[in-house]
Ligand binder design. Sequence first.
Ligand code: UGA
Length: 435
Amino acid sequence: MKITMIGSGYVGLVTGACFAEWGHQVTCVDKDVHKITRLQQGEIPIYEPGLDVLVATNAERRRLKFTTDLPSAVADADAVFIAVGTPARHNDGDADLTFVYSAAKEVAVAIRGYTVIVTKSTVPVGTGDTVERIVARERPDAEFAVVSNPEFLREGSAIDDFLKPDRVVLGTDDDRAASVMQLIYQVLEETPSRIVVTKRRTAELIKYAANAFLATKITFINEMADLCEAVGADVQDLAVGVGLDHRIGMPFFNAGPGYGGSCFPKDTTALLRTAQDYGVPLRLVEETVGANNARKRRMALKVIEAAGGSIDGLTVAVLGLTFKPDTDDMREAPSIPLIEALQRSGATIRAHDPQGMRHAMSLLSEVAFCGDVYSCCEGADVVVLMTEWETYRHLDFGRLRKAVRVPTLVDLRNIYNRDVAERHGFSLTGIGRAH
Ligand code: UGA
């Protein structure tokens, strides 16, 4: 199949490289000349484990190309995927679809012969209908169908998520488009992955419902963590005891400082907006959004309490800044409100992150960014583990003890063993665990 990706950002690049890996002829398009030039030279503009190798091998096999020339890339494609950004609008937090609509216009002008136009970007319900209208208006003679094919990739494990998905969702009423899409995903027929074909509006809503459910599941375990702290129970064991019921499930049941990233916060807000537009109250999702925002703000109080009630004049070492490990993404990271609140309370902040420091520097001021964990903890009165990067799981506690001024450790991801920490003289505060 000949596939064209419009937008060579995170989703476009991962999807394009994976389709090429499955043997399709893929052309990734972007307006950003600098980005395309770098990609043509084998440089990957984002951090995603395994993506560099996947892009390099498939470029070498001549199955993956990069260009800024949209019309030629679209002309002979069987399917054109729109994978451009849908940032949250500043005024109302709703998804901004300007890029999707302008891509649809450009694609409309360029298509030749029957073409399936696929919306891959996360778009509110009904966007497929608008894209269809735009294309038909622009090119009344065009033979095309618009399909919704939402993505369920997680940053950091996107390639595995793509190549071995639980499910692929295809939203279309057009039989011809459905068979083109089935051919694109044909390799999955031999695997346990399920392909769900449904109406376009349902497919669009599935994406938001999945993210809202996961955000709610995390918020639920976070609230249980608070209750565990109050009653002297342990949330880690509680999550196992509850999650082993396969109707509930263990994954995405880890208590932490609140979810962040570019998807859950944005998509839950966009879903609430849709619900409001249609006059359908989604109280559970509303509560999830509110509880998560409040939780992120509350994490600073936890650190202040661990420091003895005041942080004024003290030094806090923050380990991990990104919203989760294996990404350089700082969007909606809980580390940002935490650091800002601690600074307002008079703390001096030192910080380390394996990938996120470059982005963090543009978002945070007056933070000393350090090259390694131990220099970051030098002279610290409190060490806060914020993001569970693998490297932080194997700290040398002896060395850490020598570096810090006061051995107080706040573990916001429950990765440390209390006995080990205490043996090295640290007092440990976790999430949802009795002292
Ligand atoms: C999320 C979804 O997991 C993907 O399925 C979806 O495709 C993607 O959004 C998207 O809409 O594009 P992502 O935002 O990359 O993926 O990251 P997650 O791994 O879902 O983590 C989100 C946040 O939840 C992080 O801040 C993480 O620390 C937090 N989290 C996750 C927890 O606090 N506890 C958990 O058990 C799991």
